[in-house]
Design a protein. Structure first.
Length: 207
């Protein structure tokens, strides 16, 4: 890798550290964002974890976790659905209203009611749903990013104790060099050397 590329990577990694406090604040804001009916975005993210469990269950034979009525609904869904979209709004639209006979139409109506109940339970209508799901996706992305940074700092602490503390003071707490020298009880020359090494070690891990 060229020196120019090295510098670009270093700047990108340092920028991630600088953005960490803002991202943490955004996570807090999104987590408490209300969508009505006493439901907050954080609750929807927990629902998504439940959906992940459902995805895992789909790898098992359905008779192990569905009752007979639910198995009939599943069979009907497989018979009529040509695609299996992820979003609730798209799922509702994908379920046809007309079946081959009266019994199938009854089961299809029940499927639509089940999806609609999930939407209603989440406290938003179909028009609001896309915006809310975008907030959930943003929340999940931000959590992934800050968790990754936390993980890198934890690894760094494992073999260079004290370096993450210096980095947090610089990038997360926005302290001046003098404040850090006073708090760490370091001379100017020692502090600048530790600061340089801490940033270098973090970049080598996070690049």
């Amino acid at each position: 890798m060229s020196s120019i590329e090295d510098k670009t990577v270093e700047q990108r990694v340092i920028e991630q550290l600088k953005e960490y406090p803002q991202k943490r604040a955004r996570i807090m804001a999104l987590s408490t964002y209300s969508i009505g009916s006493g439901i907050i975005v954080n609750r929807l993210e927990e629902d998504d974890q439940l959906q992940e469990l459902h995805r895992r269950l789909r790898d098992l034979p359905s008779y192990l976790y569905l009752n007979k009525k639910e198995q009939r609904l599943e069979t009907t869904a497989h018979a009529y659905l040509t695609r299996y979209p992820a979003g609730l709004k798209a799922q509702l639209e994908a379920i046809p209203t007309i079946g081959a006979d009266a019994e199938d139409e009854k089961l299809l109506r029940e499927l639509r009611r089940k999806v609609k109940r999930v939407i209603d339970a989440r406290g938003c209508n179909l028009n609001q749903l896309e915006e809310v799901l975008e907030r959930v996706a943003e929340l999940q992305d931000l959590r992934t990013e800050v968790d990754w940074i936390d993980g890198v700092l934890e690894l760094l602490e494992g073999y260079k104790p004290g370096y993450p503390r210096v980095l947090r003071m610089i990038f997360f707490e926005n302290k001046s060099n003098q404040e850090m020298m006073d708090e760490l009880k370091m001379s100017k020359s020692v502090f600048y050397e530790i600061k340089r090494k801490a940033i270098k070690e973090y970049v080598s891990l996070a690049r």
